[in-house]
Design a binder for this molecule. Structure first.
Ligand SMILES: Nc1nc2c(ncn2[C@@H]2O[C@H](COP(=O)(O)OP(=O)(O)OP(=O)(O)O)[C@@H](O)[C@H]2O)c(=O)[nH]1
Ligand SMILES: [Mg+2]
Length: 232
């Protein structure tokens, strides 16, 4: 450390001073809540985020195996890219008996990641109601925290198979438009910055982009809290 200081003060060039600034700059901490129905893929997405950020995934898709989360699990991730961020994630269980915990943990977070399984069209209404209940919590309402809504399991979504036919098991999956409509995203965007993004915890699609957006949305809303856009 002493050497670093001495050599910098001797040369005194702007690049030395930038290096020092970066060295001493505190890594911002982003505390977020990760919610969504059971089996939607929250923990898998988080595992993928971890492996993505430590650059351990090559071209091969890594097999991630998860167990249903019991209650809540706190995961801390140091993002080591140019925009360093420390993520502190409350990974909530989506099982019915634990969903009442979401509200308890929502008070001291800066953002929300909400995960929807695009293959689970039968429970889309339940998922929407649970999100609405969370957003109705006074502290969530007041904070107007940014929301990242992952339309997850995109690897299983509506696509023609290689032979040009439509796979019937995939044809039931929800499109981004279905999800925007079902969750009333236009209306939610009056109160929160919100992004709806296709994702896959298995292939990593959307994970880096989504968390990058959330980090920036939190940074800007701390500088200038979100205000409702006037509509006449
Ligand atoms: N095909 C596919 N399967 C996925 C994806 N994400 C998760 N899964 C599978 O879905 C199952 C549930 O994943 P989890 O990550 O444990 O789900 P969770 O939302 O954390 O569930 P709870 O902890 O019970 O709330 C596992 O078998 C995963 O392998 C995905 O993007 N694509
Ligand atoms: Mg889980």
């Amino acid at each position: 450390m002493g050497n670093l200081m001495n050599s910098s003060s001797r040369s005194g060039s702007p690049s030395d001073s930038n290096t020092l600034k970066r060295f001493f700059k505190k890594t911002p901490i982003r505390t977020i809540l990760l919610c969504g129905l059971n089996h939607s893929g929250k923990t898998t997405l988080l595992c993928n985020l971890t492996s993505d950020l430590i650059d351990s995934v090559g071209d091969d898709v890594e097999q991630v195996s998860t167990c249903p989360t019991v209650g809540v699990s706190l995961v801390e991730i140091n993002q080591r890219t140019s925009n360093r961020v420390k993520w502190r994630v409350w990974d909530m269980s989506g099982q019915g008996r634990f969903r009442n915990l979401w509200g308890y943990y929502s008070g001291h977070v800066q953002g929300l990641v909400y995960v929807v399984d695009v293959t689970d069209s039968d429970r889309i209404g339940v998922s929407r109601d649970e999100l609405q209940m969370l957003l109705d919590q006074p502290r969530v309402k007041e904070s107007r925290m940014p929301i990242l809504l992952f339309a997850n399991k995109a690897d299983m979504s509506n696509m023609d198979d290689e032979r040009g036919g439509v796979d019937q098991t995939k044809s039931k999956s929800l499109s981004l438009d279905n999800i925007r409509l079902a969750f009333g995203v236009d209306s939610l965007s009056q109160h929160h910055k919100i992004k709806v993004l296709s994702s896959s915890g298995l292939t990593g699609t959307g994970v880096a982009e989504g968390f990058g957006w959330l980090s920036e949305a939190i940074r800007t809303s701390e500088k200038a809290p979100f205000r409702r856009v006037a509509t006449n």
